[in-house]
Design a binder for this molecule. Sequence first.
Ligand SMILES: [Zn+2]
Length: 256
Amino acid sequence: MANIITCPSGLTGRVRGMKVREERILADRKLAKEGGQLDELLAACWEETLDPGPYVLGDGGRLDWGQVLQGDRFFALLMIRVQTYGPMYEFTVDCANSGCRARIPWELDLTKLPVRPLSGESRVAFVTGNRLETRLPASGKRLSFRLMTGQDERKLPALQRATPERMLSAVLAYRTWQIDGVDDKDKRRAIEDLELRDATFLLGEFDRVDCGVETSIEVECPTCLAVQAVELPFDKGFFLPGKAKASPDRKPSSLT
Ligand SMILES: [Zn+2]
């Protein structure tokens, strides 16, 4: 596997597979709580930046993963996994058919997932203040919003946890800079007041301008043959597949 990778934005660098010491990063509870695990992992396994893409490098050519777009970060993590264990990713999902619920074993090649590059429009907007604009179809209002970076990725889950019953408005309000004629302090309320048609449109706009890896995959259940769209599982088992297999519902082996 070539260890030089080009992320969706054009960011290019050399990555290495994970070492034993990286297990510590994944097991660190404090890091997990603060959402810093992925940043640490990226920083550890990203050996050298060959082309900074849209990013400004810091002292000594250091890449600040907090400033890196979500799509690039996810792509880099996939490629670190490929460097560590090879391109094939095995996992299981539960069949969504309520009459079946079988465990579906699945396997796919992580290097074959469709990747959407950062568009010229998004790149220009990102490097000139990270502000994109759109017009909402129902209200006719203009609205500006941002592309999500690593820093945002860390902040958003906390906001969602704070108001779990209003997850959608948390996401929309977080990515929105400004709505025409609305004061900053009234932003969240203005978002709550949006018609669902506008909210759906806005989510579509986020999708349209984002770069990244397509993680919705189709899986066919071998038991009932139902085809279902699932999100690529991305959890501890992604980085430590051996540990995931030793799941608690298994009988302890004689070695433990
Ligand atoms: Zn099934």
